[in-house]
Design a protein around this ligand. Structure first.
Ligand SMILES: Cc1ncc(COP(=O)(O)O)c(C=O)c1O
Length: 464
């Protein structure tokens, strides 16, 4: 046992040695990148101090970095690669499609096929339109809701991330000094966004039903939409309390407000869509990530009635252009991926997710650590916290700017696992088996028992 532990520790220590060394290729690439890209990256979510690990290739559930080290990938390009990397059939579909041409000022048959597949699977999506990112999908859904209702405002949850559109970004990660009252959260715009945007965004506290009722009631005549991710990662994947989502459905329906389901991330929860789990039919839903099979994608869909705002053959209200919308390569990859994701494939992956969450709970119990495991389906988030987790404010340290998880992330990289540097967050891909999940839990145990790892509840390991 002791020998095994020592061998594991030695292996861990060597796996980041090249990355940390003076001649590291990642370091060199980052130095070059920093000269030509502000902050050395083109997407803040890949930032890692002191510099990111550059990827060379991926296969199945593993990524090989430019130094030649292989690790198990629990990020899957932030949940988008549900089949893992370079799935042979997706690769083949992309190669075949690319050889036939990659972009036309004409629609292609594949987009009809993917639209049919999604509208058949998701019963609250009668019609759908494709775009190139989840952010665009959310923007289009909000514009559609405004055009449909003739009202200007939207409501969204404090801490919830919905991409880059000005209105969706409001209060996605406010600091405690800016929060405002618990029953009337401030609307905080991101730098670069006019403050006037805040006037049109009502910020709701997750899971606080009565406060939500009051805020929706106060703004009902101006509210075009309530935007809801059913398991928001920005709020630590704290599950909605029983009845909370159906309350939002009833309240929005009562006031003629469009309920927008943001399923960009959470579509991976269920074959029939995340809201199907709750037996709720939103008016509009946004998609992205997995439906593009590893390529840039977004989609907005919903009831025929609301989607009619995009119909140029009728009373067009929302213009929707986009040079690469429904580009055939993305669509071919998405179609192949969705076809691979049968109900059985979703079930298997979700069972593995439960296995991972159970393993994490056991780890925390056995090491007598105050922690809570959130997430659902094929995703997990572990919070090193004892207090009850209800809403964004109850999370305290789980934020996009908290550097503490960076240390843990480095330790996990040493152990051969890729997790988020912003929290103990990860997601699964179909090439994984219980072996990778056991490995992850074992590595997290080793990482958390490292005395150099500070955790956010007190600066020390809470292990007793
Ligand atoms: C819930 C949710 N909505 C929207 C987005 C934005 O998607 P994209 O990064 O494709 O613009 C994300 C991205 O992580 C997301 O998680």
């Amino acid at each position: 046992m002791e020998t095994q532990k020592r061998m594991e520790a030695e292996k861990d220590a060597t796996s980041l040695a090249k990355y940390r060394g003076p001649g590291a290729l990642s370091r060199q690439l980052y130095e070059r990148a920093s000269r030509v890209m502000p902050g050395g990256n083109t997407r803040h979510s890949v930032a890692l101090a002191p510099y990111p690990i550059y990827a060379r290739s991926g296969s199945g559930c593993r990524i090989t970095d430019v130094e030649g080290e292989e690790r198990v990938d629990f990020l899957n390009n932030y949940t988008s690669l549900i089949l893992g990397h370079a799935h042979p059939q997706v690769t083949w579909a992309v190669q075949c499609r690319a050889a036939l041409g990659t972009a036309f000022t004409m629609p292609t048959p594949e987009e009809v096929e993917l639209a049919e597949l999604l509208t058949t699977r998701v019963d609250y999506v009668e019609q759908i339109r494709f775009c190139n990112s989840g952010s665009e999908a959310v923007m289009l859904a909000i514009k559609a809701a405004r055009a449909f209702t003739g009202r200007p405002k939207i409501a969204k949850f404090e801490g919830a991330y919905h991409g880059l559109y000005d209105y969706a970004e409001v209060s996605e990660g406010p600091t405690p000094d800016a929060w405002g009252e618990a029953d009337a959260p401030n609307s905080i715009t991101e730098p670069g966004t006019p403050e006037s945007v805040a006037r049109d965004v009502v910020v709701l506290p997750w899971n606080r039903l009565e406060i939500c009722r009051k805020l929706i009631e106060q703004n009902k005549d101006d509210l075009a939409a309530v935007l809801v991710d059913p398991m928001p990662l920005g709020i630590g994947m704290i599950a909605p309390r029983a009845g909370f989502l159906s309350f939002l459905r009833e309240e929005t329906a009562r006031h003629g407000i469009v309920l927008i389901a943001d399923e960009v991330l959470n579509f991976r929860l269920h074959y029939h869509g995340a809201y199907h789990i709750h037996s709720i039919k939103p008016d509009l839903a946004t998609f992205g990530k997995i439906i593009g099979g590893g390529f840039p994608v977004g989609a907005v869909g919903g009831s025929r009635r609301v989607m009619s705002v995009f119909d140029h053959t009728g009373a067009l209200k929302v213009h929707h252009g986009g040079t690469f919308n429904a580009n055939p390569v993305t669509i071919a990859a998405g179609l192949e991926t969705m076809q691979q994701m049968t109900p059985e494939a979703f079930d298997r992956l979700n069972h593995l997710g439960e296995y991972a969450r159970d393993g994490l709970r056991r780890l925390f119990r056995d090491t007598r650590r105050s922690a809570q495991v959130c997430g659902a389906g094929s995703m997990f988030v572990a919070h090193l916290a004892a207090e009850e987790l209800i809403d964004f404010r109850s999370l305290r340290g789980f934020s996009r700017t908290n550097p503490i998880y960076g240390e843990l992330c480095h330790k996990m990289l040493e152990c051969g696992f890729i997790l988020s540097p912003r929290g103990i967050f990860g997601c699964l891909s179909t090439p994984m088996s219980e072996a990778e999940l056991d490995g992850l839990v074992g590595a997290l145990g080793r990482a958390l028992s490292d005395p150099h790892i500070r955790t956010w509840n007190g600066g020390e390991n809470a292990s007793s």
